[in-house]
Every structure is written in C-alpha cells, then in structure tokens.
Design a protein around this ligand. Sequence first.
Ligand code: GLU
Length: 380
Amino acid sequence: MNTPGNAGTDLSTSRRLVLKVGSALLAQDDGQLRRDWLDALARDVADLRSSGVDVMIVSSGAIAVGRRLLGLARGPRNRVLRLDESQAAAATGQVQLAHAWQEVLGRYKVSVAQILMTTDDTEDRRRHLNARNTISTLLRLGVVPVINENDTVATEEIRFGDNDRLAARVAQMMGADTCVILSDIDGLYTADPTRDPAATHIARVDAITPEIEAMAGDTAGDDGSGGMITKIEAARVALQAGCRLAISDGRALHPLKRLLEGERATWFMPQGEPHTARKSWIAGSLKPVGTIVVDDGAAGALARGKSLLPAGVVKVIGAFERGDPVIVAGADGVEIARGLIAYDSADARRILGRQSDEIEGILGYRGREEMIHRDDLVES
Ligand code: GLU
C-alpha cells in the first residue's frame, strides 16, 4: 500500500500537509516581507493544491512585520519587546501578513482563510471539534487556511517556536500525514554545525530517543527561530499522531518544490498512520462521560463504518458537553463503539429518534447531521 507511513520521505505521497513558515524566512531584519520568496512559495503551494493535496499554512511573522509598522523596529541593540508590545505588534502585523498571503496565493487563484488560534484550542475537545470542522470545510472548498497563534489573547509569554508546536497540533487535529517545518537549516545534526565541524547531518529519525534530544541541544535561535528543541517537541506530537515531519531549509526560492524533488532534510517518521493514531486516541485515552443507546438499524450502520445519526438513537444517558467522549451501546446495553459527540446531552435528548433535517426546527440552529461523525467514532 502506498501510504506515507511506508512510502518514506517522498513528499509526493502526501495527501494532507501542514506547512510551517517562520518569521525569519518571511520577513527581512527590518520587518519588510520577502515578496519574491513568498511569491515562489505560493506557486509551490498552488501546485501542490492542484495535484490534490490539502495544504494548511502555519505562518509566523506577525510580530516581525508589526513592530516595524508600529515604529518598534529592532534597534541596534535588538531590543526585546514587552509582552504587551509584542501583542500590539502581532495585532498590527497580522493584518498585513494575512493580506500578503491572500495576495500571493490569489495570483494562483487560491483562496485563503485566516485562522488565529491557541494551542488550547487544539486541546480543548469542544474547541477542537469546532476548529476541526471549520478547517475541514475550508479544505473541502479548496481554500488554504493560513493559521497563526492568536497572540492578542495568548496569556503566556509569546515565545518563538510556539508555532512549531502549533503546526504539529494542527497536523494532529486535522489528521495530516505530513508536517513540513521550513527553517534556516536543513535539519538535525549530530551536533551544532556552526560550532562543531565534525557534525553530520541526520536524514531520517524513526524514534525520538534521549540521544536525538541531546543532539538538538539548546540551539534556541534568534528572532523567528525556536531552535531545534521546539522542532523536536513538534516532531514528537506529530509522530504520536501518525504524521511524518520534515525539517527543511526554506531559505532559497521554491522551498517546497525543492523538498518535493528530494532536497536534503531531516524526516521524522511515524510508526502508524494518522487515521489509526486518531482512532486509538478516541478509543484509549479518553474517559467516556455518557452513553448513547442505539437501535439495531443504527448498530448495523455503525458496523458498516457509517456515522451515527440522531434517528437511530433511542436513549441518552449522562450529562455531557459537545465534543465529549461517549460510549455507544446497542439496545441490549452492550458497548459497541466510542466516539466524540457533536451535541451536548440536553440537545442530544431533544433530537434523538428524529430525522437530521428536523434538527434545525427543534434546536433553533443548524447543527451537524450526525450525532457522531464516523471520523470521531471507533468500534469497540
Ligand atoms: N505568532 C508569532 C508571530 O506571528 C510567532 C511565533 C513563532 O514564531 O513561533 O509573530
């Protein structure tokens, strides 16, 4: 089977990809965007899209661009901004950043959508479901989501490198098979190559061992680079989600095309597939907080890999929120599946046994057709 899990490091096998672009690549030291570079990258992204790959971009650069616009430019002493100044810079720069992406991708007839989120949004299950649904819809409509951390509401210190982690979280949430981190270095070395001439490049990593962590060292870079440590942390999250992750040198024009053509990078390879990883997360790590009892027809449909519709539900047990993990039981009470539910318990009770097209009339809003979507469902 030709799947990313066993196709190795060939980027052309990707079906769904998260691309992380760092500030230092997007913007010059003075905060001006590197238009030529951005345009070349947009071309690569458009080419991937037209070959059927879903592409999501996690783009940094808001602070780098915004500080120039606000006159908080990096002085000779490279002043570190206070948190409120960084947030102000991010809020200002983000407008221009999103506009730049819209403009460069628009040239290739690709629409973009701006998504600002925090890592919490990927961890909290309710927000996770919402973010996931929105991004899925955008991808289905052929749009490229451009994602950045919502720096204005982030309560913790904004650290460069946060977006490495965010990219991996997005990859996990969206079941991406590939995450590419464009950096200013072509991957991981046995030691810091700027200090140690004997350092050798590592092309492939199959497990993140303490030895690999030690190689990453404490190479926290300057503006726009989280160093290797945050990239290794991102790789850990991606691998757990069955997603391979590449760290690749993005400085030259057309960095994605180069990677597609086999340019040297470090590839972190997962054991399993994204789909399997997500299902084992639902089946294994979450504690169910309610039970949905279904009729025989629905039980049969679930066994054939279908979603659970409200029409097949006969009883809702327990109190839960939207996105919570629940048990699905047959009419005899025996567990048949587990899943993340798209309605809270009160609404689930109101629509049980009803047709999906009646949902809006009953609840007053147009919810999902499925009580539990098949992607959020795993057989027991
Ligand atoms: N969100 C920050 C920005 O857009 C960057 C964070 C990061 O590079 O990890 O400026």
